[in-house]
Design a protein around this ligand. Structure first.
Ligand code: ATR
Length: 285
């Protein structure tokens, strides 16, 4: 990859966040750029909270083509942009900025990446009962896109108030009754007894705490689709236990790859080499 020529035609893309050292996006995107033979480079930029506005000014001044946006900037970047796409506006968070001749538009491909990962596996969430664990940024993106797709949602969170706020907003926007419950064993058992799909949108089970799981295996059943948004490890304890009871499982890696593929397509106008992107990330994980 380092053999790629840096000419005057190079378009620069990248990711802003803090911390940024562990991001896998540069690896994935540079491999995709190389494979598709486009003159793009992708770089990590550590941008502190207080420097966000200057970083976006810099994007305009330097004519940077695209930036991914990660923690802690996904919400606070919005006032610095010119436009938001429909999803990003509803979700209230942006993970990608596209620079079209000086006009900066914010998108949320976390949401569409999640949906794509489901659809790719032949799972259509319309009218399905979906149990979502967590009420943070990831849950928000997933809840909004599922509600729009016509799923019936139950949101469980350790902090009940945050689940309530999210559920109320969804009920209001989509006119869909959305239940909010405290994340405990009793509520989980009740919600899961009627569920088609379970989504873990908490950080429980993420490296280095790989022995943790948001629920015990006895609550899982073979008819469930279990989607874990955690992608490191690729197979979390939740997914291993779900597989053991015969449930269909989807790793957060699929969501990560698809959000990246959708970003690639926005920046280059080309179809993303999804399989290569997946292989590159798996090599490192
Ligand atoms: P992200 O952008 O990845 O969603 P976040 O916005 O910080 O990150 O949200 C993390 C989610 O994981 C929250 O729903 C959080 O629950 P609280 O709202 O109660 O904090 C959930 N979470 C994190 N650690 C958890 C744990 N040990 N048990 C249960 N839920 C946890």
């Amino acid at each position: 990859m380092l053999s790629r020529v840096i000419s005057g035609k190079i378009r620069i893309c990248g990711i802003i966040g803090d911390p940024i050292e562990h991001t896998m996006s540069p690896l994935m995107h540079n491999a995709a750029f190389e494979k598709m033979g486009v003159a793009y480079w992708y770089l990590p930029f550590r941008v502190k909270k207080e420097a966000l506005g200057k970083a976006i000014d810099g994007m305009r001044a330097l004519n940077i083509k695209g930036l991914n946006v990660t923690i802690p900037h996904k919400v606070t970047v919005i006032p610095f942009l010119d436009k938001l796409d429909r999803f990003a506006e509803r979700i209230g968070a942006v993970n990608t900025v596209v620079n079209d001749d000086g006009v900066l538009t914010g998108y949320n491909t976390d949401a569409s990446g999640f949906l794509q990962a489901l659809l790719e596996r032949g799972i259509e969430p319309t009218e399905k009962k979906v149990v979502i664990l967590g009420a943070g940024g990831a849950s928000r993106a997933i809840s909004f896109i599922l509600a729009e797709r016509g799923s019936n949602l139950v949101i469980l969170n350790r902090t009940l108030n945050k689940a309530r706020e999210l559920a109320d907003r969804i009920s209001q926007i989509f006119q869909r009754e959305t239940e909010a419950l405290k994340l405990d064993r009793e509520n989980l058992a009740r919600a899961l007894s009627k569920a088609d799909i379970l989504v873990n949108a908490t950080s429980v089970g993420m490296y280095p705490d790989i022995d943790e799981t948001p629920l015990t295996a006895d609550l899982l059943s073979s008819g469930l689709v279990v989607f874990d948004t955690v992608y490191n490890p690729v197979k979390t304890r939740l997914l291993v236990e779900a597989e053991a009871v015969g449930a269909k499982t989807i790793s957060g890696l699929d969501m990560f790859i698809w959000q990246g593929a959708l970003v690639f397509e926005k920046w280059t106008g080309l179809k993303a080499p999804v399989e290569l992107m997946r292989e590159e990330v798996i090599k490192v994980l």
